[in-house]
Ligand binder design. Structure first.
Ligand SMILES: Cc1cc2nc3c(=O)[nH]c(=O)nc-3n(C[C@H](O)[C@H](O)[C@H](O)COP(=O)(O)OP(=O)(O)OC[C@H]3O[C@@H](n4cnc5c(N)ncnc54)[C@H](O)[C@@H]3O)c2cc1C
Length: 213
């Protein structure tokens, strides 16, 4: 199958979805472009679930926040505690499942706009072509799909970092803590704790990079 479009968006993640949404609902007076969103089907190309925190003023586009805070706290390696308010921003937290809901919503909006589609396919190659580029993909059933577009926005993870650049490798380990007595202040988010191995939490600093609890 072959599709022609103004824009092809590879990846329905934190970058791809807002772009697709913006193209489906362009502001008054903006040029109307057709867009194809290529979203990975369930499988290895889908990113694992995660928790996201971000800072934003106002209500924002995500109705499904888990929590939000205006007061932050951090602890230095020497144990010094820094507290600060971040008005007019809020630190907001959502589960990436909310992004799946956004994915479904954006897919519906693109279809309703009649200027594009959301297609589940794994993109294996993006190649330059006269006047744009072609994304080569495979659908869940194995069928080949090519999307030729004037602009291709590719948010697949890089196979290797560009020359003289390091790849940022993040490893997160999380857990739920339950206490017998009231021990947490739900009005403050504790963002970083850089303390040395003792007392807990243990955050020994590696020789390269840094680590926090
Ligand atoms: C555990 C964890 C916690 C994080 N917490 C935060 C946080 O609190 N705040 C924050 O700002 N950032 C956080 N980040 C970083 C944040 O997730 C990334 O910066 C952000 O997701 C990058 O957006 P992206 O669209 O480039 O990539 P992604 O959101 O990863 O999206 C890439 C998309 O491409 C798709 N894809 C991959 N390969 C293919 C393919 N071959 N074909 C088609 N589609 C493909 C994937 O399924 C995915 O949907 C966290 C990351 C992790 C791992």
């Amino acid at each position: 199958m072959h599709v022609e479009s103004d824009v092809a968006i590879v990846g329905a993640g934190a970058a791809g979805l807002p772009l697709a949404r913006w193209l489906a609902r362009p502001p008054e007076g903006a040029r109307r472009l057709t867009a194809v969103l290529l979203a990975a089907p369930p499988g290895p190309a889908r990113v694992p679930p995660r928790t996201w925190c971000f800072r934003e003023a106002g209500a924002g586009p995500y109705a499904v926040l888990v929590a939000s805070w205006q007061r932050l706290r951090a602890r230095s390696g020497g144990g010094r505690t820094v507290r600060a308010g971040i008005a007019t921003l809020r630190c907001k937290m959502l589960y990436s499942d909310a992004l799946d809901a956004l994915d479904a919503l954006v897919g519906g909006e693109i279809a309703a706009s009649r200027r594009g589609s959301r297609v589940e396919a794994v993109v294996d190659r993006v190649a330059s072509a006269p006047g744009g580029a072609v994304a080569h993909a495979r659908r869940a059933g194995g069928d080949r799909l090519t999307v030729r577009a004037r602009w291709v926005f590719d948010s697949r993870p890089l196979a290797e970092p560009p020359p003289a650049r390091a790849a940022l490798s993040q490893h997160f380990r999380g857990g739920f803590v339950r206490s017998h007595r009231s021990a947490f202040d739900p009005s403050v988010v504790h963002l970083m704790d850089f303390r040395a191995p003792r007392p807990a939490p243990r955050t020994p600093q590696p020789a390269h990079g840094f680590s926090f609890g």
